[in-house]
Design a protein around this ligand. Structure first.
Ligand code: TMP
Length: 209
């Protein structure tokens, strides 16, 4: 897919430190940066996020379809227009999260996920994805220590979170060129330096900016 901008996604298990790193990366990249998140990013997609995160009972297929609906609206209304204007878009989670969370965690067939992701994104792929990797027990402990209330998924068992990590690592292994694996146990400054160095290198290589 052709666009002038540069599309970065950040992935990781709960508590991997995505939010901090996204804000620091956006600040370091300066103007013309759009920061957004999934599920969410547009009014409709944020409403779907609320349903997704707060529903008491929700089937695996409903999870997948809600996520896809939110993504479709997000790509059409926000991400693609920003990329077409030449902006750098930093998105907190994207299609890889669906492989990890609905594929590995919920056991939905990965080929179905690929097809649904394709419908939702229209084939849009990130130029680079940073996978902030850490053992889920450390990430979940970080979440429990924070003031924020835990979400539906953060309440789930460690076994399920281990599957999410396994899914992410499988994606990183299958697409090493796009997905850059980062050790999220490194200190915040070191992780930031790795992210900004790699982003600047990739933006230059893409000849887009
Ligand atoms: P966040 O807390 O990182 O903003 O993400 C919200 C939750 O949504 C998180 O628990 C992961 C989940 N999620 C999925 O299950 N599948 C997806 O495709 C995405 C984007 C998020």
């Amino acid at each position: 897919m052709k666009y002038k901008g540069f599309f970065i996604t950040i992935e990781g298990v709960e508590g991997a430190g995505k939010t901090t790193q996204i804000h620091r990366l956006a600040e370091a990249l300066g103007d013309d940066v759009t920061v957004t998140r999934e599920p969410g990013g547009t009014p409709v997609s944020e409403q779907i996020r609320d349903i997704f995160l707060t529903a008491d009972t929700i089937s695996a297929a409903t999870e997948l379809l809600l996520i896809a609906a939110a993504r479709s609206q997000h790509v059409t209304e926000l991400i693609l227009p920003a990329l077409n204007k030449g902006q750098t878009v930093i998105c907190d989670r994207f299609s890889d999260a669906t492989i990890a969370y609905q594929g590995y965690r919920k056991g939905i067939d990965l080929q179905i996920i690929e097809q649904i992701n394709h419908i939702a994104t229209g084939g849009l792929k990130p130029d680079i994805t940073f996978l902030l990797d850490l053992p889920p027990e450390i990430g979940l402990q970080r979440k429990r220590d924070s003031d924020e209330p835990l979400t539906r998924l953060e309440h789930e068992t460690l076994t399920l979170h281990k599957k999410v990590r396994e899914g992410y690592l499988a994606v990183a292994k299958s697409e090493p060129q796009r997905v850059k694996l980062i050790d999220a146990q490194l200190d915040v400054d070191t992780v930031h330096n790795l992210l900004i160095a790699e982003t600047e290198k990739r933006i230059q290589l893409s000849h887009k900016k």
